[in-house]
Design a binder for this molecule. Structure first.
Ligand code: GAR
Length: 195
């Protein structure tokens, strides 16, 4: 399966996915990593691993102009699945449709609770005792697409937002890779009509 990856930050989820590919635990290849942040660690990691990178800086651009530039850049690429790995931009429905292939996202809460930014902090401040992470299909509703997999993380009495986020991230790495593997193996089928 050919993966097209989008990320804005550290890219630890992408690194976990890539490590699984290198260990032959995931029958996939990375076509390119795309970012809106030119010095993002995910871009540096991709370059260090000889993976093609595309950076489209969004500063001073309207969303449709920015998305059009990405579409122009990926027009000739051949991919089967789009992976959002810490990509901190909301995709327009036109952009989602133009990608044509299913788009997966990882989110650091048990959706539909705590969508949007800083989900770990939202959950912590709300006072939940259980939170976690979700892999879902992307549709035009922010963090609102079909849920594919979830994992729980218990909030401990002595947790801070950082310690809780770190334990959620460990689970994200496991669940994202596992979900992609199950898609490749046909254990999860992506019905585009249902996103
Ligand atoms: C992860 O916690 C991911 O769930 C979150 O950003 C972090 C990226 O980390 N994504 C969102 O909040 C999307 N709404 P990473 O760059 O190390 O994979």
């Amino acid at each position: 399966m050919r993966l097209l990856v989008f990320g804005s930050g550290i890219g630890s989820n992408f690194q976990a996915i890539h490590r699984s590919i290198l260990k032959n635990e995931l029958d996939a290849e990375v076509v390119a990593v795309i970012s809106d942040v030119h010095d993002a660690a995910i871009i540096e990691y991709a370059k260090n691993n000889d993976i093609d990178t595309i950076v489209v800086d969004n500063s001073g651009k309207e969303r449709h102009e920015y998305e059009r530039l990405i579409i122009d850049n990926i027009h000739d690429l051949n991919y089967d699945l789009v992976i959002l790995a810490g990509y901190m931009r909301i995709l327009s429905s036109e952009f989602i449709r133009s990608l044509k292939m299913p788009i997966l996202n990882i989110h650091p809460s048990i959706l539909p609770s705590f969508p949007g930014l800083n989900a770990q902090k939202q959950a912590f401040e709300y006072g939940v005792k259980i939170t976690g992470c979700t892999v879902h299909l992307v549709n035009e509703i922010v963090d609102g697409g079909k849920i594919l997999a979830q994992r729980c993380v218990e909030v401990k009495n002595n947790d801070t937002v950082d310690s809780l986020s770190a334990r959620i991230l460990e689970q994200e790495h496991i669940i994202y890779t596992k979900t992609i593997r199950e898609i490749i193996q046909g254990k999860i089928t992506l019905n585009m009509q249902k996103i």
